[in-house]
Design a protein around this ligand. Structure first.
Ligand SMILES: Nc1ncnc2c1ncn2[C@@H]1O[C@H](COP(=O)(O)OP(=O)(O)OP(=O)(O)O)[C@@H](O)[C@H]1O
Length: 247
């Protein structure tokens, strides 16, 4: 995926300004920066989730496989299937574990029970949750722990076989053990998926990402290999942020 000179406004308020940023295939790109700098806005622009916010409007483009995601002939539902999203707070449906993962498949028209079961199992395995839930598939998803619920939401996103996964602070509500599991999972998922992740936690960005993009007041200050951004950034503002001079 690639954003080119993307500007997004809420009404007349500019949230991100002329951001050009590639999200490289099979890599993890971390979006960092102080609160309100536009990280989530940028992330939501990648699958047009901002379209759902009244007054949101944009200039510039986002390309997926070389095609603009704002192309009139593009089906937004299909875009969101290809570019899935996991939110800060896990949001399982008040349904069984099985039905949470099967949901998108049923909406997509898959009815065959054996095929549904196979896809649900594959997705739960992909989200490193299968062993913990395989004997309780009919129980309510709301009975899972916070970390399990978040992995269930990841399984739900994986079930419809996306190409890109957008994660908005997926571990910020979790304890250190559950966080470590999510980070390990992100590492495994990048073999199959392209990932963009917003995180407030710089150690987490350093641990999970290949590339890091630093945003400040709606602008992309710089993006590069994570190690370079943390040890040898080109911009003074990046250095000040990653060394904790401001937050
Ligand atoms: N729905 C909205 N309506 C109006 N303004 C919004 C909306 N969502 C975000 N904003 C504004 O856009 C700017 C960027 O917000 P955004 O949430 O993208 O930043 P962020 O870097 O993700 O922040 P945080 O780290 O605190 O989540 C902020 O000034 C914010 O107040």
């Amino acid at each position: 995926m690639e954003a080119r000179e993307l500007t997004l406004r809420y009404g007349s308020k500019v949230a991100i300004k002329q951001v050009s940023l590639p999200i490289l295939e099979h890599k993890v790109t971390a979006l960092i920066g102080p609160s309100g700098c536009g990280k989530s806005t940028f992330l939501r622009s990648l699958n047009r989730m901002n379209d759902l916010i009244p007054g949101a409007n944009h200039d510039g483009s986002v390309f997926l496989d070389g095609r603009s995601i704002h192309d009139r002939s593009l089906d937004v539902v299909d875009l969101r299937r290809r570019v899935g999203m996991v939110f800060q707070k896990s949001n399982p449906f008040p349904k069984s574990i099985f039905e949470n993962v099967a949901y998108g498949l049923r909406v997509g028209g898959l009815k065959d029970k054996a095929k549904l079961a196979a896809r649900v199992e594959k997705s739960l395995r992909g989200a490193a949750l299968w062993d913990e839930v395989k004997d309780r598939m009919e129980e309510s998803a709301l009975g899972l722990s916070g970390g399990q619920q978040q992995r269930l939401c990841i399984a739900r996103a994986l079930a419809v076989e996306p190409e890109v996964l957008l994660m908005d602070e997926p571990a910020s509500a979790l304890d250190p053990i559950a966080t470590a599991k999510i980070e390990e999972l992100i590492h495994e998922l990048k073999a199959t998926y392209t990932i963009a992740i917003v995180t407030h936690n710089m150690q987490q960005a350093a641990r999970v990402s290949d590339r890091t993009a630093f945003f400040y007041m709606g602008e992309l200050v710089e993006c590069g290999p994570t190690e370079q951004i943390f040890t040898n950034p080109h911009e003074k503002r990046t250095e000040d942020y990653v060394t904790g001079k401001f937050g």
